[in-house]
Design a protein around this ligand. Structure first.
Ligand code: BTN
Length: 325
């Protein structure tokens, strides 16, 4: 089925809020025959929409599939760029890998690659990212900012702020950010962000922001060795969370922060990031590849580097580390 017909049909059913829409009205609005309407309805059923048909009343939507399909994500999405060009897959190895390929092939800014499941999801520091089917948000967003490569980490912080704001809008969960890019609730990991880029010495070609959010997993879905370290929105909320609504909120927040960032610089993001951070102002331990440094987290630089003052008063610039609070 063509995407625009599908979109119009779903819009119609969504606006009807569970009430019946007559076959005649649908055929008028789509400008097609009643037989063609019936065919479109069958196509939606094949995609997992449960639609009820009653003689003389018409059709109504009973349930939507538990998917973050292009249909669900585009319906009512009011961004200019982010998410408007969507690549949806049921199963992929890693959305990051696909995003790198599409970026190289010239994908437009704001392109999003989303999957229901990743078989080889990648985390920071060459770790694996567990991404089971239909339970989380596993996506990569392609941006093309005209910035020098050393500023790219600022976009990780921008994404973290957008995600925290979106989670607060869609749920009652109030997450914190742990430097550089973990989003936690009660000290348990909820979200991971992996930012990678394609660049030459002077200029960024593309920044790929990979976002993994544990949304509807139950505790037993996590391996027993990480159950005390990880959580999901549904564990915190004690109910299922609509993944498509969450993603749309992220796209909107990200777009508005990104526009401000391109126009006015890093100031707003830095300020918001520090306000959501649980590392800043605290005593922390930073484990880098070379050393373990304990001290007071003073803040971040304009490049997103963590400033850590040890007990001798030396301020260390931490570019990459695991942080213990
Ligand atoms: C982390 O280690 O905290 C970062 C995890 C990032 C996971 C996301 S899921 C979508 C995207 N595709 C990947 O393979 N990884 C990122």
């Amino acid at each position: 089925m063509q995407t625009d017909i599908r979109r119009t049909l779903l819009e119609m059913f969504t606006n009807a809020e569970g009430e019946y829409v007559s076959g005649q009205r649908i055929s008028d609005l789509l400008g097609c025959s009643r037989t063609a309407v019936w065919k479109h309805i069958e196509d939606l059923r094949k995609e997992g929409y449960e639609l009820e048909a009653v003689r003389k009343k018409g059709y109504r939507i009973v349930t939507k599939p538990n998917k973050v399909s292009t249909n669900e994500l585009l319906l009512g999405l009011h961004t200019k760029k982010i998410g408007q060009n969507l690549h949806y897959e049921e199963t992929v190895d890693s959305t990051q890998k696909i995003a790198h390929r599409l970026a190289q092939e010239g994908a437009v800014e704001g392109t999003v690659i989303v999957a229901e499941e990743q078989t080889a999801g990648r985390g920071r520091l060459a770790r694996k990212w567990y991404s089971p089917k239909y339970t989380g948000v596993w996506m990569s967003i392609i941006l093309r900012p005209a910035i020098p490569p050393q500023h790219a980490p600022q976009l990780t912080l921008l994404a973290a702020v957008a995600i925290v704001q979106a989670i607060q809008e869609v749920t009652n969960v109030l997450p914190d950010i742990k430097w550089p890019n973990d989003i936690l609730v009660n000290n348990k990991k909820l979200v991971g962000i992996l930012t990678e880029m394609q660049a030459d010495v002077e200029q960024v070609h593309s920044v790929i922001i990979g976002i993994g959010i544990n949304v509807n997993q139950k505790l037993e879905h996590f391996d027993s060795d990480i159950q005390h370290l990880a959580t999901s929105l549904s564990i915190e909320e004690q109910k299922e969370v609509n993944r498509a609504a969450l993603m749309q909120a992220i796209f909107l927040k990200m777009e508005s922060l990104y526009e401000d960032y391109l126009e006015n610089g890093f100031g707003l993001v830095k300020h918001l990031w520090e306000s959501y951070s649980i590392s800043i102002g605290k005593r922390i331990i930073a484990r880098t590849l070379k050393a373990t440094i304990e001290g007071h987290a003073k803040g971040i630089t304009n490049d997103g580097v963590l400033l850590l003052e040890d007990d001798n008063g030396t301020v260390h610039h931490i570019h990459s580390a695991d942080i213990e609070l």
